[in-house]
Design a protein around this ligand. Sequence first.
Ligand SMILES: Cc1ncc(COP(=O)(O)O)c(C=O)c1O
Length: 298
Amino acid sequence: MFLFWTHITRFDIFNLQEMHKYCILNGEIELTSNASIGLSDLALLRGYGIFDFLPVEKGIPMFLEDYMDRFIKSSKRMKIPMPFSKDKIQSFIQSLIKLNKIEYGNVRLVLTGGYSENGFTPSGTPNFFIMTSNIVTYPPTFYENGVKLITINYKRDYPEIKSLNYVKVLLERDHLESSKALDVLFVHNDIISESSRSNFFIVTDDDKIITPKTYVLEGVTRKNVIKLAKINYELEIRDISSQEAFEAKEAFITSSTKGIMPVTKIDNQTIGTGMPGNTTKKLTALLSTFKTDYILSC
Ligand SMILES: Cc1ncc(COP(=O)(O)O)c(C=O)c1O
């Protein structure tokens, strides 16, 4: 149901390669099809690396400052030195968007632990690359009817770091398929943190908006939604128990690729009326205007 890539034809693959022909590896423009890093990189040997992922709309890297700040924060927390300045990376991103003629798509930044002679100790020279990719779309029914999440007992290691480790959700692929769920909802000691690639929000009966405080990646969409919610509603950033989520009037997840996506089922529990609620719809409209204003301001 969610394997959108299964319908890609040989023609599409050719187009994708053409569209994302170039990447930037360690500061040099390279053909994406030729670019490579060596086998002794610690990202491959030990899963030691970070990344970030930002949308491009109308040729503009959206909320670039926020993504750059998070990427730099991740590199510091992960103790992987950033090989280029923030300004330099921003200019690489702008160049790659122009070079690959991206109107709508995504930019992925990856910083690895770099090579290691003994397979454990970093040499001190990380690998850094930037790639572009196609826009990610979801069926309109996901927004019209809402999606289902399934709870699993887990909290991410170093949740404030956008690390390369997404093993937990990858192991849940069959479980998600058989449950007809879009994604997981991480719960630890009965406290909800986030979904595998999205942040989580609930709306209470008295229209208060709540989002978890601990064990979360500080999503850029979460930050924007918090800003908009604070202006228009009462907002709390605090722990949410699974019972509170089951009893919520509305729930939704947020991410750079999904925007605001209504959640109408968690496990076998219907949330609210079972359809996207008015607060989720209003916030979706506010976020859309916020993004348009951002584009106009650039
Ligand atoms: C673990 C996790 N939480 C939350 C998010 C949402 O963050 P953003 O809104 O910046 O896409 C992501 C994004 O991929 C993520 O990986």
